[in-house]
Design a protein around this ligand. Structure first.
Ligand code: GLC
Length: 742
């Protein structure tokens, strides 16, 4: 019996896909581009599993998500290969956002390292663990620019800036996907596009984005992910300028394919195709499926009753061309063929266990966390603490001892016992030489949310209502008063960040600020540790606490990283990937705003509150001290289209080796459009040994100086005068000027 062409590895994926496509019925084609959730509700596990397995067996499912167990992955693959008509292997996808079993710091923390190399290494470990358990594809990186911290998903991205966002997006794609070897997975940047601009920071709310913001801010990270070779893109839920992203032909075809050059396959967000009816865009599910498919959506991710199940009916009614369905099916088949799934569909169940528990993965998770921490304030060199001069340390706050919250959102396969909390880390680091006393203090109210988003281990956590706040508050103050120093951990629960976690305030939940006030009043020196995925209101702390360390949700070995930093074993070098507003009333507040009439430097914007950020974009202190000097340009005058090189010397004038994130900002003084007062166009994280100097160079040319203009409705580069600054944050003040002539 001749082997059918699609099974011949000597042929190209395209040739094999064409042969297989020719053998499918219309119903089987619709099935190949339908993706089902596997079991996500333990109470309904049997029923959900039965529905999905039946869909696989009958060729109505080509992909499944939320399978994270090697034996289950292999079992579902055997059903697809041995029991369906053509034996087409499944593509298994999952949200591997910042680790699978070994949990790395949340993505906003990865961005805070400002190190593409660190980020790539972290996500390559995440990919290795995912592939080991049979996952072929991750729904990551999330590359949505976020400028409204009320939006909970800020924690999943890289902050407010398109240049930092693009570098982080590309690094994550390289880490996840690499050369698509047996230790990598398809990367799926999401959510295309503009999801972070949800009105009011309300998750899923509609987004109205101007063309210039779309092209200059929201699309560049997607362009970088596509250029890095991402095999998949996930379309967003929300209406973009009145047209739902998942049914938006201009967005999914004109922009994504024709402008950005994407040639992989597009999957919808969960139930986003069915939601075209909910959003009153589509008349019914048949209309929804037909319009999404025709717009350029290749695969429907759904819980049940897929809209794509109605595609044969839509073809019969002339509402979608079968050729359009063929295009989508072909893209999905090529992805499977490129992954080698027809030759190697199964995973080694025995080997998977040693991969996901590899000690070197945990060591890297710790090192990554160390590089992500941001020292916001350090007056009088309060930090690092000197263990030799301490007899007792108070550790205050529920989050200091919460294993689950230390991991952050979007984790499902962690081993709680493996997590090192901040309390654990300090106890391990200080040993018997220093007395460490813990007091949980006031309760941090847990959000009661649908289990899918909660994923909080109730067994591990006390809830706020288990707490006698008054008594616990008094106890915490007492412990602090009796100690040499108090490490006070404040923040938000992990499920108060992430999807479905928009907040109308940036206040710290519960009575955490009151507790901090009472502890500060004891006179015991305070080190404030902030565990959040977004900026929160720290106005009291900024005025009254001498040391403040932002630790994000630092992952499986986060407690070790925090302790090592507080005690000076490592020197923090993280920088903020967003502007930190004083108050929710200032939102949105970004650093790259235009100068406008009555520039901010000529007067206050708000009469009732200081109008400047609490901490600026790119801010982060060190235990070392850096001096910038000798800023120079290879050419101080260039023509439009030409390039120069910006060079600066960075000296470490301290006794500590340390990293510094050197940042390059520009502003053009006139041109086709008004341009931001400051705009990041380059950065490099460098290590400078104590007492030494490093020379850092940046290219500056059309890529950095051009932009999309609403005046010409296209990309332009102006003949103009360009101010240039280099330094350790967006407040850099070492500057020079470049003349760009016509
Ligand atoms: C969610 C999220 C998306 C995620 C998907 C699958 O609703 O919006 O980011 O990848 O569903 O879990």
């Amino acid at each position: 019996m001749t082997v059918p062409a699609f099974r011949d590895p000597a042929l190209t994926p395209e040739q094999r896909a064409d042969d297989l496509l020719s053998r499918l019925t219309l119903e089987e084609k619709a099935g190949q581009i339908t993706q089902y959730f596997y079991v996500i509700d333990p109470e309904a596990a049997d029923e959900q599993a039965r529905v999905v397995e039946d869909a696989i067996r009958t060729g109505r499912a080509g992909s499944v998500l939320f399978v994270r167990d090697a034996s289950v992955a292999n079992r579902l693959q055997r059903i697809a290969i041995e029991e369906s008509r053509h034996g087409i292997p499944l593509l298994l996808g999952f949200d591997v956002i910042h680790g699978l079993r070994t949990i790395f710091p949340v993505p906003i923390a990865l961005a805070a390292t400002w190190s593409p190399e660190v980020i790539e290494r972290a996500q390559s470990v995440a990919a290795r663990e995912a592939r080991a358990v049979g996952i072929h594809w991750t729904f990551a990186p999330m590359v949505d620019i976020a400028r409204d911290p009320r939006w909970g998903r800020m924690v999943e991205g890289a902050g407010e800036d398109p240049v930092l966002g693009a570098a982080v997006a590309a690094a994550q794609v390289r880490g996840f996907q690499g050369d698509l070897s047996a230790e990598h997975v398809i990367a799926g940047p999401k959510h295309f596009a503009g999801y972070g601009a949800a009105r009011g920071g309300r998750d899923y709310d509609d987004a109205e984005i101007s063309d210039s913001e779309l092209w200059n801010v929201y699309l560049p990270p997607f362009q970088a992910a596509v250029d890095a070779g991402a095999g998949n893109v996930m379309s967003a839920y929300m209406d973009l300028n009145g047209v739902p992203a998942s049914g938006n032909n201009w967005l999914l075809t004109d922009v994504l394919r024709d402008h950005l050059g994407f040639d992989g396959f597009v999957v919808s967000d969960a139930d986003a195709v069915r939601s075209l009816r909910t959003q009153h865009f589509a008349r019914d599910l048949t209309d929804a499926g037909a319009r999404a498919l025709s717009a350029g959506l290749d695969m429907e991710m759904c819980m049940a009753d897929p809209a794509f199940g109605h595609l044969p009916e839509a073809v019969a009614a002339g509402r979608v061309a079968e050729a359009a369905i063929d295009t989508a099916v072909r893209r999905v088949l090529i992805a499977k063929l490129r992954m080698g799934l027809f030759e190697n569909p199964f995973t080694d169940e025995v080997a998977s266990t040693s991969v996901v528990t590899a000690p070197e993965h945990k060591a890297l998770a710790r090192a990554t966390a160390e590089q992500s921490l941001v020292l916001l304030k350090n007056d009088a060199q309060t930090l690092p603490l000197d263990a030799a001069r301490l007899a007792s340390v108070a550790v205050i706050g529920q989050l200091a001892a919460s294993k689950r919250d230390t991991l952050g959102p979007w984790v499902f396969d962690h081993d709680t016992e493996e997590v090192v909390t901040i309390l654990d880390g300090l106890r391990q680091r200080l040993g018997d030489s220093v007395a460490v006393e813990y007091a949980p203090g006031v309760g941090i109210p847990r959000r009661l949310v649908p289990s899918f988003f909660d994923n909080q281990d109730p067994s591990v956590e006390e809830t706020a209502d288990d707490h006698d706040d008054e008594a616990e508050l008094r106890r915490a103050v007492g412990v602090a008063e009796a100690s040499d120093v108090a490490v006070v951990v404040v923040g938000q629960r992990q499920n108060q960040a992430g999807e479905f976690a928009s907040a109308s305030t940036l206040d710290l939940p519960g009575r955490q600020v009151e507790q901090l006030e009472r502890i500060v009043a004891t006179g015991t020196p305070v080190v404030l540790v902030v565990m959040t995925g977004r900026p929160v209101d720290l106005r009291f702390a900024e005025k009254n606490v001498s040391a403040i360390l932002q630790v994000w949700y630092p992952g499986t070995r986060g407690g070790e990283a925090v302790a090592a930093t507080i005690l000076g074993d490592v020197t923090p070098a993280g920088k903020l990937p967003f502007t930190w507003p004083r108050h929710v009333g200032h939102v949105p507040m970004i650093y790259s705003h235009n100068r406008t009439f009555k520039p901010a430097d000529q007067g206050r914007r708000y009469w009732d509150e200081e109008s400047t950020p609490l901490y600026v974009f790119g801010h982060g202190l060190s235990y070392a001290r850096f001096e910038y000097s000798n800023l120079r340009l290879d050419a101080e005058r260039i023509r439009v289209g030409q390039s120069t090189v910006v060079t600066v010397d960075v000296s470490n004038v301290s006794t500590r080796d340390a990293d510094e994130v050197v940042q390059l900002y520009i502003h053009q003084r006139y041109g086709t459009s008004s341009r931001p007062l400051r705009q990041l166009v380059g950065f490099q994280r460098v290590t400078v040994e104590a007492g030494n100097m490093r020379t850092v160079r940046f290219p500056l040319g059309p890529d950095e100086l051009s932009y999309w203009s609403a005046a010409t409705r296209g990309r332009v580069q102006d003949a103009t005068t360009v101010d240039i600054w280099v330094g350790g944050s967006s407040a850099a003040d070492l500057g020079t000027v470049l003349e760009v002539t016509g």
